[in-house]
Design a protein around this ligand. Structure first.
Ligand SMILES: Cc1cc2nc3c(=O)[nH]c(=O)nc-3n(C[C@H](O)[C@H](O)[C@H](O)COP(=O)(O)O)c2cc1C
Length: 199
């Protein structure tokens, strides 16, 4: 897999349809996108949409059939350069913060060493709830990066903080993280070859 491999985790938010646009933008930027959906996410958008836009199979369960003996979510966890979760639901944030692994996204999140970029989307009261804010802090302290949510008119009819961040900005941030990783890898390789020459 190339260094531009991204696993895009899609949660059961009304904003899940925007993840289709995100998939398309990331693919157009040359990323190899592998979409992993929660069961709730499949209530909003079909896996077929993501499969077509990403040109890759879509994972909706840890029990998805794979040709290889290697469990699919572990395989993806090992190969990805970035785990992007967009939209991330309040439920996903809670599970991620507490190491619960009862679906393909949260299992993969525990199994990967890749950086995690999270774009939440939810009702403003859910976002501001102390439980959610506590979960966000836990995840930030552990190194996860957040983008959004932004303020605006929410699908639930309320105005407030909870809208998924602009997808073009999410795509740009994801690409910037991948670039940073590539630069860091190059620097490490340069350093170790320079060390080899000194010895
Ligand atoms: C129409 C509708 C819209 C929803 N939108 C959101 C949302 O934007 N954010 C969120 O956290 N939950 C939302 N929910 C609730 C989640 O779908 C629910 O908490 C679900 O258990 C999340 O599962 P998941 O985290 O496994 O995807 C919505 C539910 C419905 C019925």
């Amino acid at each position: 897999m190339s260094v531009k491999t991204i696993v895009l985790g899609v949660g059961g938010s009304i904003a899940a349809y925007k993840a289709a646009d995100l998939t398309s933008r990331l693919t157009k930027r040359g990323c190899d996108v592998h979409v992993v959906m929660t069961r709730a996410a499949t209530e909003f958008v079909t896996p077929l949409t993501f499969k077509t836009l990403s040109r890759n199979p879509v994972t909706t369960s840890v029990f998805d059939e794979k040709e290889s003996w290697h469990p699919g979510h572990i395989d993806l966890a090992d190969r990805t350069s970035l785990l992007l979760i967009a939209p991330a639901t309040a439920n996903l944030l809670a599970k991620l913060a507490h190491g619960i692994a009862d679906d393909a996204i949260t299992s993969l999140a525990l199994a990967t060493l890749a950086p995690i970029l999270i774009a939440p989307a939810m009702n403003g009261k859910m976002w501001l709830h102390a439980a959610t804010q506590d979960n966000v802090k836990r995840l930030r302290d552990r190194g996860a990066e957040f983008i959004g949510p932004e303020e605006g008119l929410l699908a639930c009819g309320y105005e407030g903080l909870g809208r998924l961040w602009n997808v073009e900005d999410i795509a740009a941030r994801a690409e910037a993280i991948l670039m940073d990783r590539r630069m860091a890898r190059k620097l490490r390789a340069k350093k170790s070859s320079a060390n080899g020459k000194i010895r």
